[in-house]
Write a protein that binds this ligand. Structure first.
Ligand code: BG6
Length: 524
C-alpha cells in the first residue's frame, strides 16, 4: 500500500484566512492508493498519438509513484513495423518533451516495455500474440492477468476484439479486462453493434469504456462537493436554481486530426460523451453509495430523463457552427475548411450549443444550456449553476432585478477551482451594493499537481474498479439522443458555414438560443 496523501492531520496548522485546507482527511482507507496485482498491459494502437501523449507517460508516472505492481510488463502492438528499441526510444523522447530527465527509474521502466507489429485483421498475428503474452507472463511473473487497451482508430476496434476472442486470449474471467477508447461507435446502431461484439467475448464487468473527463480531478470533485456538504443539496432543484450552463470551450482547432474529426464533428466528439457526463453528474440524484453500481445507475437515470427534442423543432434547441478565419492571441488562425485534410466545402460542425430539459421532479422546467466548440475566445470548461433572483427588494432605490443572481461555478479547467458570487454591501452610502466572489483555487490550496485523468483511469482499471468508466446503457442512451439530432441535421444542410469567426464565442444563433429566454452565457 502506498500513501499519496499529504499528512496534515493537525487542523491547527490551518490558519484562518490562509489558503491552506482547514482539515485534510487522511484516514488510510480514504487517502491510500492500492497497488494493483501483477499484470501485463497490452496497448493496441501503440504507435499512435494517444499512446505517446497520454498512455505511456501516464504509466510512467504511476511507475515513478510506485503505483504499478512490481511484476508487470507493457506490450505495444500496432501495424507500424517498430522494434522494442525504437519504441523505447520514442517513449524516451516523449518523456523528455514532458520535462522528464534521464534517470535510473526511466531505464528500469523501459525494461518492462516491448513492441510487436501485426495486422489487426490477421488471425495469425493474434495467435502469435498469444504465445508472446504467455512468454512475457512467465518472464515477468504476471500470473496470466492481462489488461488490454484498445486505442486504435475506431474502424479496427471490431477486428481487435474478434482477433483476441478467436485466439482465445480474452475469456470471460476477470483475468482479461479490456479498456476501450472513445469514440465508442459513430451513432446509435454502430454503438449497439460494438457493444454486441464486446459481449460476445466478455462480461460487462470486464469492459472499461473510457471517457477521460470522468478521471479529471475537478470532475470527480463534483460528487464530493455535492454530496459531502449539507448546505448546497437542499437548494439543488427547480425551486432555487434558475438554470445551469455547461461550457467546454477550446482555443485549439482540429490540429492534425482532420481525418477523424471530419467524420465526427463536435456533437459526436464532445456531446455524446464528455458533455453528457458532466450533465449527468451535475443533475443526478445522490447515489446510495459511491460504487460502480449505484453511481452509474444514477447517471443513467438522468440520461433517461432528458426530454427528447420535438420533431421539427430542432432549430429552437440546437445550434451548430463551423469556424471561419480569425484571430487568436494576436495571431491569424485559419478557417476550419483551410486546415490540412479538411474538405474545402466541409459541412462538419466545430461548435454546438443546445438547450435541454430534464423531466423529473427535481429539474422540471429548469433549462440546461450546453455549448462546446473549437477555436473559441478562450479555453474554459466550466459548469455554472445560476440560482434564482431574489423575489423582492426591501431596499429603497434598488429594484430586485438589479441584484445579480448567485452563481456557483465549477471551473473544470484551466484555473481549476470553484467560485460563488454573492451580493454584499459596498462600503459607503447605505444602499450601495457590490457583487463579490468566494473563491477556491486548486493551485493555491493543494500545491501538488493532481493525478492526470488517464493515470487515474488506468490505475482504476488495473485495480478492477469500473466506477469511473461508462456503462453500456449510458452509451446507448446518449447515442440515442445524439443520433436523433444527427438525423434531423441530415434532412437539411446548415444555412451558412462558416458561421463564426475563430476567436469569437460561436455563431449569433448560439447567443439567441439563451438570450431569447432572457438569460446570457456566463463566459463571453
Ligand atoms: C477529446 C476530443 O475527447 O477531448 C477532442 O476528441 C477534445 O476533440 C478533447 O479536444 C478535449 O479534452 P480536454 O481534456 O482537453 O478538455
Amino acid at each position: 500500500m502506498q500513501s499519496l496523501s499529504t499528512d496534515i492531520t493537525d487542523s491547527k496548522a490551518a490558519k484562518k484566512g490562509s489558503s491552506a485546507p482547514l482539515k485534510v482527511v487522511t484516514h488510510d482507507q480514504f487517502c491510500m492508493e492500492k497497488v494493483p496485482d501483477p499484470c501485463g498491459i497490452v496497448i493496441f494502437g501503440a504507435s499512435g498519438d494517444l499512446t505517446h501523449r497520454k498512455l505511456l507517460p501516464g504509466l510512467y508516472h504511476l511507475f515513478k509513484a510506485k503505483l504499478l505492481p512490481k511484476d508487470f510488463f507493457i506490450l505495444g502492438f500496432a501495424r507500424s513495423p517498430l522494434t522494442d528499441t525504437t519504441f523505447r526510444e520514442e517513449i524516451l523522447a516523449k518523456l523528455k518533451t514532458k520535462g522528464e530527465t534521464d534517470s535510473p527509474v526511466q531505464k528500469e521502466f523501459l525494461n518492462h516495455i516491448y513492441y510487436r507489429s501485426g495486422q489487426y485483421n490477421d488471425p495469425g498475428a493474434f495467435r502469435t500474440l498469444d504465445g508472446i503474452l504467455k512468454e512475457f507472463g512467465e518472464k515477468h511473473g504476471t500470473k496470466g492477468k492481462l489488461l488490454f487497451h484498445i486505442a486504435t482508430p475506431p474502424d479496427v476496434y471490431q477486428d481487435v476484439i474478434s482477433g483476441l476472442k478467436h485466439a482465445e486470449i480474452i475469456k470471460r474471467t476477470k483475468e482479461t479486462d479490456v479498456i476501450i477508447e472513445k469514440p465508442f461507435g459513430h451513432d446509435f446502431d454502430s454503438a449497439v453493434q460494438l457493444n454486441r461484439s464486446l459481449h460476445e467475448a466478455l462480461n460487462e464487468k470486464q469492459i472499461y469504456r473510457i471517457d477521460h473527463y470522468l478521471g479529471k480531478e475537478t470532475v470527480q470533485n463534483i460528487m464530493m462537493f455535492r454530496f459531502a456538504n449539507s448546505i448546497f443539496e437542499p437548494l439543488w432543484n427547480r425551486a432555487h436554481i434558475d438554470h445551469i450552463q455547461i461550457t467546454a470551450a477550446e482555443t485549439l482547432g482540429v490540429e492534425h486530426r482532420a481525418g477523424y474529426y471530419e467524420k465526427s464533428g463536435n456533437l459526436r466528439d464532445m456531446f455524446q460523451n464528455h458533455m453528457f457526463q458532466l450533465l449527468a453528474l451535475i443533475a443526478m440524484e445522490p447515489p446510495l453509495l459511491f460504487d460502480e453500481h449505484h453511481y452509474r445507475e444514477e447517471k443513467v437515470k438522468v440520461a433517461k430523463s432528458i426530454r427528447p427534442i420535438p420533431a421539427g423543432k430542432i432549430h429552437d434547441f440546437v445550434v451548430r457552427g463551423q469556424h471561419g478565419r480569425g484571430k487568436w492571441n494576436g495571431r491569424e488562425v485559419p478557417a476550419y475548411r483551410q486546415e490540412e485534410g479538411v474538405d474545402p466545402k466541409s459541412q462538419t460542425e466545430t461548435f454546438v450549443a443546445m438547450k435541454l430539459f430534464i423531466d423529473n421532479w427535481r429539474w422540471e422546467g429548469v433549462p440546461f444550456y450546453l455549448r462546446s466548440g473549437k477555436r473559441l475566445g478562450h479555453q474554459a470548461t466550466e459548469i455554472a449553476v445560476q440560482f434564482k433572483q431574489v423575489p423582492h427588494s426591501m431596499f429603497p432605490f434598488l429594484h430586485s432585478d438589479q441584484f445579480s443572481p448567485n452563481v456557483l461555478t465549477f471551473r473544470i479547467q484551466p484555473d481549476e477551482g470553484i467560485s460563488l458570487c454573492f451580493e454584499a454591501k459596498h462600503p459607503g452610502p447605505k444602499f450601495c451594493m457590490a457583487t463579490l466572489g468566494l473563491e477556491f483555487n486548486y493551485k493555491d490550496v493543494f500545491h501538488e499537481p493532481s493525478m492526470d485523468a488517464y493515470e487515474r483511469l488506468l490505475l482504476d482499471a488495473m485495480q478492477g474498479d469500473p466506477t469511473l468508466f461508462v456503462r453500456q446503457d449510458m452509451i446507448d442512451l446518449s447515442w440515442e439522443f445524439v443520433t436523433s439530432i444527427l438525423k434531423e441535421w441530415e434532412k437539411s444542410q446548415p444555412a451558412k458555414f462558416p458561421n463564426y469567426e475563430a476567436g469569437s464565442w460561436g455563431p449569433p444563433e448560439a447567443h439567441q438560443l439563451i438570450e431569447k429566454d432572457g438569460r446570457k452565457w456566463e463566459i463571453l
